[in-house]
Design a protein around this ligand. Structure first.
Ligand code: ATP
Ligand code: MG
Length: 573
């Protein structure tokens, strides 16, 4: 592309709401415009990145015999009513109706649509497995659209779905996708981690699910990992603590702790470590038809992992306020503990607590704590122990190595759904014995536009983006400095020669000064910058090549240009 012919505008001023580098840089570099909250226009250079990402995805999907389709972006409400998600997803989905009063929605995901295709397409086990994918626009009415393309409302997603006769086949299909996803993100030049995710209420206990997380400081997810072979989303990570020395069993006695409401204050006052005390948290679990109160006990310096608690109790819950604990349970916040509690309060201990050792706990009495509380002796309620704590750096992973925590951006998610949709939507096939079965499904998503943003988050500097070569809008930024016809002819010649050699070149022939041109080149972040400087060329007959990532430069003569650039492209891949 010649910039003199292109519609391109960079921007100095961008709105304050652009808080993270990818959002700021995409706007500054004129790659996207905001059209509405969480809705963006993809301008030419952004579209090129998107198309490159899509092509890599297509190649890897084709390689595992997944077939591309396009499902309608507007889906009839009836399909969602069959699966039971019409009401469930009401808030996330934009629902509307046509002039005849028929319910419709903008697709936030396509399990229903693909299951509908499947049930019309497949009647016998002999036609299984089936693997279909699309790259399409999704709309999710996110509560807080933010960070530009990272969490938009309208975004591009690749979504694949597979159908299988049994779990063994589902596992094979899942592993193929897992490998295809690894290839996809590797080919995009991204540093990523594959983490065990939480299946939540989407699947069953045997459902495998993994997230593909691009490592970046601005990520919203915490990834718990060890060198080598362990990585899990913090929601899921089941690690254990090391180096704990609990207090030996001693007799229980009261200690006056006036106005000491934090564990830190109490432990400092008594002279124990924080983990030698227990934290008491009171929650109300809310079922559709009833409520129940839980007292969650954790080591004093541990934090609750809310998802683990939710999975254990099986419903949403709320932390009780000071007023509620007093009113409903007669407990004084700051001094709550597991002794003499109402029978309506179920006690759950985190699994790191040794029930036979002694701890400091609240005495359920104003300004008082207890020393020597031993769960096995001093608490008459049932001793339920569950993994409830949030993993911390230094914990041990199941592989015995110490974990670290990094931030990640979820760019892909693969999931074994089981027969949830095929059952609900009566998508049955005949098995070998002629019996009707509901096939098992897997679903596999990649956020295409989010991946573009994640690549920038991972790789940029104060001057702009630094694209990996495989998804850069162009491979080479060719800056031509000089105004004479001789230079212009030479520049155009070189541009054509490079393009003819299959190199993707953005030719800056706008006739700007070097300062402006180099600034734009850095902002746009193409991997290789080629400069034809009239003055230098007259002296030494050479061009300059500079790598965006390392800043390394070298001088190259006209004859070597194509081969040197081709080699650089190869080295950068
Ligand atoms: P998140 O937890 O970030 O909300 P999700 O788990 O709801 O995402 P999935 O349903 O697994 O997302 O969708 C598949 C992929 O689509 C995600 O891995 C992510 O890359 C992308 N994606 C999801 N929501 C958005 C969004 N609002 N904007 C951009 N991409 C998104
Ligand atoms: Mg997800």
């Amino acid at each position: 592309m010649r910039l003199s012919k292109a519609s391109w505008q960079t921007y100095k001023e961008i709105p304050k709401e652009a808080e993270i580098p990818s959002h700021q840089l995409l706007l500054k570099a004129g790659m996207i415009h905001k059209s509405g909250s969480g809705i963006y226009q993809y301008l030419p250079f952004a579209l090129r990145v998107i198309q490159k990402i899509e092509n890599i995805i297509r190649q890897e999907m084709d390689a595992i015999y997944s077939q591309e389709i396009t499902m309608s972006m507007v889906t009839p409400g009836d399909l969602w009513k069959e699966s039971g998600r019409w009401d469930l997803m009401e808030n996330l989905m934009v629902q509307f109706h046509d002039r005849g009063g028929k319910d419709l929605c903008l697709s936030p995901t396509n399990e229903e649509s693909v299951t509908d295709i499947f049930r019309r397409l497949v009647k016998s086990y002999k036609q299984l497995p089936v693997s279909l994918y699309q790259i399409n626009t999704k709309f999710r009415d996110e509560i807080r659209p933010r960070f530009g393309l990272m969490r938009g409302r309208e975004f591009i997603m690749k979504d694949a779905y597979t159908f299988h006769a049994d779990k063994e086949s589902l596992d094979i299909g899942y592993d193929e996708m897992y490998k295809a996803y690894s290839n996809i993100f590797t080919r995009m030049g991204l540093e990523f981690a594959i983490v065990e995710a939480d299946a939540g209420n989407m699947g069953t206990n045997e459902s495998k699910t993994h997230e593909f997380q691009v490592i970046a400081n601005t990520g919203e997810d915490d990834i718990v990992y060890t060198e080598g072979d362990y990585a899990a989303n913090i929601e899921k990570a089941a690690t254990t603590r090391v180096g704990l020395e609990f207090l030996n069993n001693e007799d229980m006695s009261e200690v006056e702790t006036p106005n000491m409401r934090t564990i830190k204050d109490v432990c400092e006052f008594i002279g124990t470590k924080q983990y030698q005390s227990l934290k008491s948290l009171v929650y109300t679990a809310v079922w559709p038809d009833r409520e129940e109160h839980f007292l969650v006990m954790l080591l004093g310096d541990d934090e609750l992992n809310e998802l683990k608690l939710k999975n254990y109790i099986g419903c949403n819950f709320l932390l009780m306020t000071k007023e509620e604990t007093m009113r409903d349970l007669g407990l004084i916040k700051g001094f709550i503990g597991p002794t003499n509690c109402s029978e309506n309060l179920k006690v759950i201990y985190d699994k790191e607590i040794d029930l036979n050792c002694s701890y400091i706990v609240g005495a359920n009495k104003k300004d008082t704590h207890l020393k020597g509380f031993t769960p096995s002796e001093n608490c008459n309620s049932e001793k339920v122990q569950v993994d409830l704590r949030t993993a911390k750096p230094g914990d041990l992973a199941p592989n015995g190595k110490a974990v670290k925590i990094k931030k990640g951006i979820e760019v892909g998610h693969i999931f074994q759904l089981g027969d949830k949709y095929t059952k609900a939507m009566k998508a049955q096939v005949l098995n070998k014995e002629g019996k009707k079965i509901s096939p098992l499904m897997g679903c596999y998503g990649i956020g295409v536009t989010r991946t573009m943003a994640a690549a920038i988050e991972q790789s940029h500097d104060e001057n702009g983006m630094i694209w990996p070569i495989s998804i850069a809008p162009y491979q080479v930024y060719f800056a031509m400095i000089g105004k004479t016809d001789e230079t212009k002819f030479l520049g155009l010649d070189i541009y054509k020669e490079l393009v003819a050699a299959g190199i993707e070149v953005l030719f800056d022939d706008r006739g700007l000064g070097p300062g402006q041109m180099f600034k734009d080149a850095d902002l746009l972040g193409l991997p290789i910058r080629l400069t034809l400087g009239e003055r230098d060329y007259k002296v030494d007959g050479k061009f300059e090549i500079k790598l965006r990532k390392t800043g390394d430069t070298e001088k190259v003569s006209k004859d070597e240009l194509v081969s040197v650039i081709k080699n650089k492209i190869k080295d950068l891949a």
